[in-house]
Design a protein. Structure first.
Length: 117
């Protein structure tokens, strides 16, 4: 799951919502910038949690205006995009075969092997 800026669990009064919320919070806790990623419960039909959600959205918008945070977020996204683009032409089966062939060498070194790519 890609980490979001804000997670919203609507219909928080439904059966299983508490377990879902607990699991989501654990997932978010293990992710990058977990302290800054709020998880909000709402019950839209009862207008519960809407004020808190709005507060978090406004706070998030203010935070995004900070150039330093913007640049860090863009750098993270750029890193992922570059990684995907570079790996696009790598065929896993061919890589496995090349690795198998190179591994038979007495002086095999994974880092040297990877540098060829």
């Amino acid at each position: 799951m890609e980490i979001a800026d804000i997670f919203v669990v609507n219909k928080a009064d439904r059966p299983g919502a508490a377990d879902f919320m607990k699991n989501l919070m654990q997932t978010v806790a293990h992710a990058h910038d977990a302290k800054e990623t709020p998880v909000i419960q709402t019950i839209a039909t009862e207008k519960k949690g809407i004020d808190k959600l709005l507060e978090k959205i406004v706070l998030h918008q203010q935070t995004l205006r900070s150039n330093e945070k913007k640049i860090a977020a863009l750098a993270d996204k750029a890193y992922v995009l570059i990684q995907q683009k570079r790996m696009r032409d790598v065929n896993r089966q061919e890589l496995s075969q090349q690795l198998r062939d190179a591994f038979e060498s007495k002086d095999f070194n994974l880092y040297t092997f990877v540098e060829k790519f």
